[in-house]
Ligand binder design. Structure first.
Ligand code: AMP
Length: 193
């Protein structure tokens, strides 16, 4: 198994790059944001729980998110490995992920963090909001709240992986291909390590 986490603030291109990485490395994709949105659309209990947080641009509580991830992993036991996109987002989630993966005898192998400057991100997200209809992509105040959540709750998690020697910071500006090449260089060298 080979497990990758892709970090980056909202709009950094995690979804786009994950889709390309999945194909190259034959992994299973877990985007917690996509799972929440599918549950909101399907009007499930989980969707109802998550919606008010997502609408405000705030993180969904750890217990809700972690138990969803636990279900996902137990439903995909035959996967080659995972790309975690948008999870973990807090230190507590990172610790739970380690414990869940440990049950299947597999670690987090490689962590990549896309770095993009904030003004570029706001532009990208507002553009995406026009097509996707995502309400959290259409309001600059909600977007700023999401950045703040990333800075205060998610960035500390980068230190956690850096201390384990697993983190590569990747410059996230340029063409999709250029960024993809930087990511695969980082992932390939982790695979050989
Ligand atoms: P994303 O599609 O990854 O940008 O996520 C959209 C929204 O879903 C976030 O702003 C959060 O409200 C929620 N969300 C996604 N993943 C998580 C997570 N790991 N922990 C808490 N909330 C999350």
């Amino acid at each position: 198994m080979f497990n990758i986490i892709i970090f980056g603030p909202p709009g950094a291109g995690k979804g786009t790059q994950s889709a390309m990485l999945l194909e190259k490395y034959q992994l299973t994709h877990l985007s917690t944001g996509d799972v929440f949105r599918a549950n909101i659309k399907g009007q499930t209990e989980l969707g109802q729980l998550a919606q008010s947080y997502i609408d405000k641009g705030e993180l969904v509580p750890d217990e809700v998110t972690n138990s969803m991830v636990e279900d996902f992993l137990s439903n995909h036991q035959d996967a080659n490995g995972f790309i975690f996109d948008g999870y973990p987002r807090t230190l507590a989630q990172g610790e739970v992920l380690d414990a869940l993966l440990e049950k299947s005898g597999t670690p987090v192998n490689c962590v990549v963090a896309l770095e993009v400057d904030e003004d570029e991100l706001v532009k990208r997200i507002l553009l995406r909001g026009k097509d996707s209809g995502r309400s959290d992509d259409q309001d600059e105040e909600k977007i700023r709240t999401r950045f703040e959540e990333y800075r205060t709750k998610t960035e500390p998690l980068l230190n956690y992986y850096e201390a384990q020697g697993k983190l590569s910071r990747v410059f996230g500006m340029g063409t999709i291909e250029e960024i993809f090449n930087r990511l695969t260089t980082a992932i390939d060298s982790a695979q050989q390590a």
